[in-house]
Ligand binder design. Sequence first.
Ligand code: GLA
Length: 737
Amino acid sequence: MGQNTISFDEKEKIFLLSTEDTSYMMGFSPEGFLGHIYYGKKVNHVGGQRLLHGAVNNEVWRYRDGITYRSIFPYEYPTGGVGDFRNSCLEIENESGQNTCELVYESHRIFEGVPELPGLPHAFRGKDMINTLEITLADKVLDIKVQLFYSVFEKENVITRSARITNCGKEKLIITRAMSASFDMDDRDYEMLSLHGSWGSERRIQRKKLAFGSQMVSSKRGVTSHMHSPFMAVVSSGADQDMGDVYGMSLVYSGNFQAEVYKEMIGNIRMITGINPDTFKWHLEPGATFVTPEADLTFSAEGIGKMTRNYHDFYRNHIIRSPYKEKERPVLLNNWEATYMDFDADKLYAIAKKASECGVEMFVMDDGWFGKRDSDNSGLGDWIVNEKKLGCSLKELVDKVKNLGMKFGIWFEPEMISEDSDLYRAHPDYAIRVKGRKGTLGREQMVLDYSRKEVRDTIYKMMYDVIKNAGIDYVKWDMNRYLTDLGSAELPADRQGELSHRFMLGVYELQDRLITDFPELLLENCSSGGGRFDAGMIYYSPQIWCSDDTDAIERLHIQEGTALFLPMSTMGAHISKCPNEQVGRNTPIETRCNVALAGTFGYELNIDELSEEEKSAVPRHIERYKKYHGLVSNGDYYRLNSWNDKKSFDMWENVSKDSKEALVTYIQVLCHPGVEGSRVMLKGLDPHARYELEEVTGHSSYKKGQFFWGDELMNIGLWIPQLRDFESCLYHFIKSE
Ligand code: GLA
């Protein structure tokens, strides 16, 4: 065993999980119920059993009033029907149609490594020694075993949880609820932090005081959705970027989910997350096992910023697998906003050629190159190159573009089928649909039944051929509608309730196949922008198109919310033309560049259509991206100011892990008369070091080459003059030896 991150005190019967800054403790009731003791700032000593809520230790209650006892017991994996009336983690029905469940401790083991979650994205150990605690609980009446897994990621202060449910008996069981994790804590006037949004306006930060009862974010849309993210945090009242207690819970799943905080009058809170039970029902045959997605828990006693950095480190080190995570991503140009579907090979080549002259490294051909596809009402499912439209074979176009020294990428929407497609005419049963109903269309298309291997294989074969034959370097995998009319032509009646989850497993399987067959391929996910941007998808693709709203000012909210728990290196961010296609706003190209630098950087336009001044900025901006990309992708992220808080500017800082370098980005939103500027304290620097302002772009009070002490910048701060509407400024500091 590596570090001693998990221990069991035999005498006191306490499990203690330790990360660098946090402790997580569990114990037992005399009946063998597994209960939560503590999660929070590191505690090195515990005297004895102290399950939450004193009444748990009240003998009279325990024997005389089992209901009261159970209804306050801080179950680690609560079950339904026996007295805990809060939402539970597990509900199972047996052949008699009854669904009570009571789990009692059976055994435990501690092992090195992480549990396998077949078919699901999950944390891997990477370069670190990771220990896992496996606790087995059982219900003798249902004859089930539940194995709870807790893996401890010491450096990143993250504990991952998942559960494996096995039918050990002879009856057929139906799981109606199988959540990934839950824990109870005392209420201390906490607030809930979550992300909400809509198409083009994803992941806005919402914070509100916890009310009694249930507050939840969830999705039944088949994807995690534009509306909610499978992430929530409970924060102490008044917590800010640097101070306060913060409990984060992020689900590594990309389909229907629920994340709930429940508060009761007795002063107790339950945080619980997992697959959304509203669209889930799973048959568990004798001997079969069901595995829940993973939930990633973190705690910070140093405010929201530390929670963010814990998650960023964790996702970079233990979830993102792509070889590109440490490589520089090619600067790409995507033709969507430049041409939409109106193009041929000559038009695309001309755009690529101009881009290559300016230093762009990859050309991406978006929607419209396949089947019959000149508008969004046809062609999906026919992944055959439309050579007539292009005017040549795809290979010819790719070779020509590659001769410019560029890579070539292509768009697919593999989970979809158009009514007007050869695939649908041949296999109408491939679409998800309820017998007898016409079905609701979204963007005039239907969703393929990915629970069926035959359907996945058919699509994959077409994709494989296109990628292989033309030598494609990058795929943008899109998903442009939600799931409705849940019906599969193949699943038996008693398994129809499994469709949403099986669909998700099918998507994961296909993405896995793609990156396994093409290990060098750069995969970027997308779902009408950022409709499926979660910790699950980054297991397959190191970057995700953040939003269809490419306006630099709108992107400030979107990128701030996304980076609240997901690394900046995952955010697909491009410079687009002005007036902006979505909001009609004009912003300086400098600002469009500085906002896109916070993500994967690229272009969503035809460079030839830019003004001469803007055109001349492109090579300079690409150089800037190359200079700062490593720092932004791999460093620590500090949020210095938020436009979300109704302030007039947005500001963030990226600091290298060794504190030798820092990049500060200031974006003026609306400027106001009478305001000279603001003093802003930097963070994460070495207080005793001298820093040189190595580069400053835009209007500033300081000059390149000026020196500052680390403690000066962090305590006295930088004076930032107010800029004109939508202008911006970058400050780059380097530690001088
Ligand atoms: C979605 C994507 C866009 C573009 C179009 C193509 O909306 O988010 O970037 O690829 O589909 O149809």
